[in-house]
Each structure stands twice: as structure tokens, then as C-alpha cells.
Ligand binder design. Structure first.
Ligand SMILES: Cc1cc2nc3c(=O)[nH]c(=O)nc-3n(C[C@H](O)[C@H](O)[C@H](O)COP(=O)(O)O)c2cc1C
Length: 360
């Protein structure tokens, strides 16, 4: 069931980029939860493009329409079903990729798997358009988590090799986690943010694209949320985050650098617990041990590749004549997907964490 995820909280996404709509069904929400639809809309707006030269010029007005699952603004126990209409589509921009698949996009493997049935328009269901319903579901999850004292917040940790400051693995506060996402360009250090913006615009002028890293924190989880082995909290978060188009890696806590440490350096030595949460002096494990939350901040980073669709000429294989040919991708594409992907990462984390909490 590749369009569905979750154990207790089951999320199904549907739609394609150029279908009438994308949408989702969230089953398993606790009844009686007030959902602030204006708040969810503001969250969705953070993902929408067309607001600056840093993103695609496509205008996606992501207005969500609720079909079922709410009574008087509260969850009623039925699946919450919603749709978000698609607009500003240009299907003609994608015709040639049936013959000349874009390197690094899903075109080629999808054409081999689905043949003529593949919906190429806008990337079909491989399009990041499906992150709109992901974000709506994430906004709902974040509101429910907030009432349980759990905060999710992310920022752009790097773009094109320009680094932002990092979240403090041990002492990150709720305010520090939430502040970056209140800005149009969600970074901790605005000077670094300006350097990132310049790098995006330079790549765009070159007909090229850049990638980057998003760092995300989950605060307030008690110790012991999650399950061992296959349903571990790391696995659950990683599954949702890796499902976001263009994500190619995820690391928790010290991540790959932990591999170079000695045990005496890597081990998170305990200090006195605070209430129902363990405390440790360091947090190289990123708040998860054995698939269970430790009570320390959960902090992870997701690596995003550069946008595949670039205006610069590249070689590709012509499926019809078998020749290697030059491909220039026209159309309207993000020169860097990272700024728009920040709410997507928060949404993915929130959905995974709420599911784990409801399973506990
Ligand atoms: C918010 C967001 C916006 C994106 N915008 C574009 C885009 O404009 N053009 C493009 O080629 N890819 C874009 N992508 C990435 C592709 O959807 C993705 O690379 C492609 O579906 C292949 O999937 P994969 O990279 O995960 O293997 C975007 C991704 C995200 C998360």
C-alpha cells in the first residue's frame, strides 16, 4: 500500500500533479480534537510556491476542503478526508519527457514500470504536489501534538554548502525550535540565510539547481514512545521523511559523525531525570535509543538533492530512437526545493510521532 502509512494513525494520500485535485484521508484521529483550519491553512501556505524568485513561478493556491471527519470544528472519530484543488497546470511542458526522460527525476523508471499509463503531466504522482496533503495532515498532527506538550520545528541547516547555525542537541528550547519557521526563509542565522539565497539565485541564473539539508527537532516527548525493531521511532520518522521527494538521506543526533567517535565520546551519559523524561549530558543519539524516545530532544537532519529539472543542457537517452541526446528542461521549476520542503519535514515528523504516541 504505497500511498498509505501508519499503524494507529493511518494516512492515505491521493492525486496527481495535473489531476483535478490532490488530497488525503487520515484515519485513527482521536475524537473531540479541535482543528484550527485557519492555522492548518497558514501551515500549508509555507509550502506554496510563487512568492519569491527563490521558488518556481507556479501559483499553487493550496486551499484545503474538508469532506468528512469534523463536526463543529472537532474530529468526530470518522476518517478526516480532504482535497486540495490543483491549478496553474501546463501539461504540455511535460510531453517530451516521455521520449527524453529527465535525469534524476522519476520519469525513466516510471515509464518502464507503468508504460503508456504513466501520468507524466507535472510528474504525475511522483510530483512534490503530494506534499501539499502531507503538509495538511502534518498541520493537523502538530495541533494535536501541541495539546500533548509536543513541539515540532525545523530550519534550513544548509544550502549549496552554506551552513546555518545548528540546533542545540541538549538544551534546545521550544522557542528556539519554533522561531525559524516563523520566517519566510526559515534559518537561525539571517546572514547565512542571505548567503544561501544568493547561492540559489546564482544557480538559477546559470540554469542550474542546488540542494541542501533541513534540521528538525521534536521536543516534549516523554521517555518510551515508539516500539522496538521495525516500528522504532527512528524507522517511523525516517520512512515518512524519506518519502518526501528529493530526500536522499537522514541522520539522527550526531549522525554519520558518530561512526568516527570512541564509545567514551559518543555515549550519552545520564544526569538526573526530569519528571517522566530521562536526561543526558550529551545527545549524540538524537533522542532515540532502541527505537524508543529517551525524553531528550529528537533531532534529525534530512539531505535534499538539487532539483532534477534544470534549464542547463544535459545528456539523456531518447527512448524512441535509442540515441544519447541533449535535453534542456523548460517549464517552471524550483531552483532549490529546500525552502519549500521545511514544512514538509515538520509534517512528516509530526505524523510519525503522533502515530507512535497513539500506539503507546
Ligand atoms: C517542495 C518540493 C518541490 C519540488 N519541486 C520540484 C521541481 O520544481 N522540479 C523538479 O524537477 N523536482 C522538484 N522536486 C523534486 C522531485 O519531485 C523529485 O526529485 C522527484 O519526484 C524524484 O524523486 P526522488 O528525488 O525522491 O528520487 C521537488 C521536491 C519538493 C520536496
Amino acid at each position: 500500500m504505497s500511498f498509505s502509512v501508519g499503524e494507529h494513525l493511518k494516512l492515505t494520500l491521493f492525486g496527481q500533479s495535473h489531476a483535478p485535485a490532490v488530497g488525503g484521508i487520515i484515519d485513527g484521529l482521536p475524537a473531540g480534537e479541535l482543528i484550527d483550519l485557519n492555522g492548518a491553512q497558514s501551515f500549508l501556505d509555507r509550502r506554496s510556491p510563487g512568492k519569491s524568485p527563490l521558488s518556481t513561478a507556479r501559483k499553487e493556491f493550496d486551499i484545503s476542503q474538508i469532506l468528512s471527519g469534523l463536526t463543529d470544528g472537532k474530529t468526530c472519530g470518522a476518517p478526516l478526508a480532504f482535497v486540495i484543488s490543483n491549478g496553474d497546470t501546463r501539461p504540455g511542458d511535460y510531453d517530451k519527457f516521455r521520449v527524453q526522460p529527465r535525469p534524476s527525476h522519476a520519469d525513466f523508471p516510471a515509464l518502464l514500470k507503468y508504460g503508456d499509463a504513466h501520468d507524466m503531466r507535472g510528474g504525475g504522482f511522483f510530483s512534490a504536489r503530494l506534499t501539499a496533503p502531507l503538509c495538511f495532515a502534518g498541520a493537523v498532527a502538530m495541533q494535536i501534538l501541541a495539546r500533548r506538550g509536543v513541539t515540532v520545528g525545523a530550519h534550513i541547516a544548509a544550502i549549496a554548502g552554506v551552513d546555518d547555525d545548528h540546533f542545540d542537541l541538549v538544551n534546545l528550547t521550544k522557542e528556539q525550535a519554533e522561531t525559524p519557521s516563523q520566517h519566510d526563509f526559515p534559518v537561525i542565522n539571517p546572514t547565512q540565510g542571505n548567503a544561501m539565497k544568493s547561492a540559489i539565485l546564482t544557480a538559477k541564473t546559470d540554469g542550474d539547481s542546488v540542494g541542501g539539508v533541513i534540521e528538525c527537532a521534536v521536543l516534549g516527548l516523554p521517555t518510551g514512545i515508539g516500539s522496538p525493531i521495525f516500528d522504532g521511532l527512528e524507522s517511523a520518522i525516517a520512512k515518512l521523511v524519506l518519502s518526501i521527494p528529493a530526500v536522499k538521506g537522514i541522520e539522527f543526533g550526531a549522525g554519520f559523525t558518530i561512526a568516527g567517535m570512541r564509545g567514551s565520546e559518543a555515549n550519552d551519559v545520564y544526569s538526573a531525570p526530569k519528571g517522566n523524561k530521562l536526561r543526558s549530558k550529551s545527545n549524540h543519539n538524537g533522542g532515540i535509543l532502541g527505537g524508543l524516545s529517551t525524553g531528550m530532544p529528537i533531532i534529525f537532519r534530512a539531505a535534499f538533492k538539487p532539483t532534477p529539472s534544470i534549464a542547463k543542457a544535459q545528456e539523456t537517452w531518447n527512448i524512441t530512437n535509442g540515441q544519447i541526446e541533449s535535453l534542456v528542461v523548460s517549464g517552471r521549476h524550483d531552483p532549490c526545493v529546500v525552502p519549500r520542503a521545511v514544512p514538509c519535514v515538520e509534517a512528516a515528523a509530526a505524523i510519525a510521532v503522533l502515530d507512535a504516541m497513539l500506539c503507546a
